[in-house]
Ligand binder design. Structure first.
Ligand code: RIB
Length: 294
């Protein structure tokens, strides 16, 4: 049976421009290219885990606009279950304004309907959480909702992965309900002072430098892969979706980390947050090629 991952988080439409160099404050610049793609850290992580063999359920909210319909249709086409995605009258679907330049990205999110994912809304989905193997969350929906979902998951013995992106301080009550925390190195630097009592597993992602797996004060460094980078947007989301899928399938966090490192390396080789997200077949092909080269 497929592992059941419930992703609780944002659904956005990404509006992407590409420029050669970052504009200065006050400057108007003409883009070299424009792309409209599906995104949102929640939506991305759901698609990543579905492509990698999980039974992925999305809990999130979109507006009653055409972007919302497109986003839901897209998730469905990616085999993500959308029966519990809310349609919020009068709100716009989440939008992410992304600029790509100098091998990096800048993202400004207009959350819209994502902020209608309230604690009361999540309480109404207790059954979905209770039936999951793992819930996977980020911080693009209100933090009290994330905390309430973690509380429900703990009540039902369901594992919780929290990807603390974008950065906000996390209080002790929520931290105590998290089994695996997955900050990137910037988020980790800001969170570190508040993590002294954290007893879960900590996985710090460091881009092409790989990952630090910190458990009981011991740090295991897992190297990354050198690949041709086209777009780093969504690499962290691919990592998290892959981690959740493999952890739920095997029960081994170390095996899941190794798998997720390959998945996120592949994700940066194509445009868009979801453009390069691999399937199981892509992961096997990549692993085989690397093995025969060694
Ligand atoms: O992590 C990348 C994602 O962040 C984008 O898809 C964008 O929608 C923002 O949520």
């Amino acid at each position: 049976m497929k592992p059941k991952i419930t992703v609780i988080g944002s659904i956005n439409v990404d509006l992407i421009t590409k420029v050669n160099q970052w504009p200065k404050p006050g400057e108007t610049m003409t883009a070299d290219a424009f792309l409209q793609m599906h995104g949102g850290k929640g939506g991305n992580q759901a698609v990543a885990s579905a492509r990698l063999g999980a039974d992925a359920v999305m809990l999130g909210c979109v507006g009653e606009d055409s972007f919302g319909q497109e986003a839901v249709d897209h998730l469905k086409n990616e085999n993500v279950r959308v029966d519990h995605v809310g349609r919020i009258p009068g709100a716009h679907t989440g939008l992410a304004f992304i600029t790509l330049a100098e091998n990096d990205n800048q993202i400004i999110v207009a959350p819209g309907a994502n902020y209608a994912c309230t604690p009361d809304w999540i309480v109404n989905h207790e059954e979905v959480i209770a039936e999951s193997d793992v819930i996977l969350m980020q911080m693009e929906i209100p933090l009290p909702t994330v905390a309430k979902a973690a509380e429900i998951a703990r009540k039902h013995g369901v594992k919780v992965i929290l990807n603390p992106a974008p950065f906000q301080l996390i209080d002790k009550t929520l931290l105590a309900l998290v089994d695996v925390l997955t900050p990137n190195e910037h988020e980790y630097a800001q969170l570190k002072p508040s993590l002294s009592d954290f007893t879960g597993d900590l996985i710090v992602t460091r881009g092409d430098k790989g990952v630090a797996f910190i458990k009981n004060d011991q740090e295991i460094v897992k190297p990354g892969y050198q690949v041709e980078v086209v777009d780093t947007t969504g690499a962290g989301d691919t990592f998290n979706g892959a981690l959740a899928a493999k952890w739920a399938e095997t029960g081994s966090l170390e095996a899941a980390i190794d798998f997720a490192i390959v998945a996120s390396a592949l994700s940066v080789t194509k445009s868009g947050a979801q453009g390069g997200m691999p399937t199981l077949k892509d992961i096997h092909a990549f692993t085989e090629t690397r093995r025969t080269r060694e």
